[in-house]
Design a protein around this ligand. Structure first.
Ligand code: Z5A
Length: 207
């Protein structure tokens, strides 16, 4: 029986870097795995992602942003996540619904209650078995993105206090649901983070 793992955090937290490690770790344990991401993960979802991330969409209404996130997610759940879990595979998603609570809720100021209503309707009870929250100081994450020098998307153009609110919202959610959400100290070396991940994944594999 497969498990559903999601990875969350602010920009530059190291999600993509560690995703490859988790993928190899689970493959070494002979687990079939579907790796995917949000927004995106389907043909339609990737088109929505482009609309959401391009700096050309500057000024997009916050409700539009929220609904596009959930439109992409509805497609993602139906076309990718549910079928993979039904096949008995593990699913590893770079971001999922916690990102909406953090970015559109904490960041943009949409009420948590409104997001909960739409999430309940879209997810229909689907919840990750494990969410890895990569936590680090906002300035460190933004510095890493700058050094990477790949150009900035519409979200990365935001100011430090936007990402501070997102970080706090993520941490609040982790405190409310400590069984599902595990906080990873992402302000460590890549190898030290991997040691922390190994302990958490071993425990999930054992259950
Ligand atoms: N979004 C939203 O608003 N609402 C939603 O519901 C959803 C998403 C689902 C796309 O996300 C955007 O969509 C995102 C939130 C919003 N905002 N933005 N931008 P994304 O996940 O595709 O993009 P991202 O968050 O910007 O990812 P990222 O910037 O690529 O960060 P990352 O994957 O966490 O980091 P990384 O690429 O692995 O590492 C960044 C750099 O740091 C890189 O050069 C690494 O080599 C380096 N690195 C990594 N780990 C370390 C350590 N430990 N030490 C030193 N350097 C490191």
């Amino acid at each position: 029986m497969g498990k559903f793992i999601t990875i969350e955090g602010i920009e530059g937290a190291g999600k993509s870097t560690q995703l490859a490690f988790i993928q190899k770790y689970l493959a070494d344990q002979n687990q079939s795995l579907t790796v995917t991401r949000e927004p995106g993960g389907t043909e339609l979802g990737e088109q929505i992602r482009e609309l959401l991330l391009t700096p050309r969409s500057q000024g997009m209404a916050v409700d539009t942003e929220l609904l596009l996130m959930f439109a992409a997610r509805a497609e993602h759940i139906e076309q990718v996540i549910k079928p993979a879990l039904e096949r008995g595979e593990w699913v590893l998603s770079d971001r999922f619904t916690d990102a909406t609570f953090a970015y559109q809720g904490g960041g943009r100021g949409i009420s948590q209650q409104r997001i909960t209503e739409i999430a309940d309707w879209t997810l229909k009870g689907l919840q990750p078995d494990l969410t890895l929250l990569f936590d680090l100081p906002v300035e460190v994450g933004l510095q890493r993105v700058l050094i990477r020098n790949e150009g900035v998307d519409r979200f990365e153009q935001e100011k430090v206090d936007f990402f501070q609110r997102i970080k706090e919202c993520y941490l609040d959610r982790a405190q409310q649901d400590p069984k599902r959400m595990k906080i990873i100290d992402a302000n460590q070396s890549i190898v030290d983070i991997q040691a922390q991940l190994t302990t958490i994944l071993d425990s999930l594999l054992a259950h």
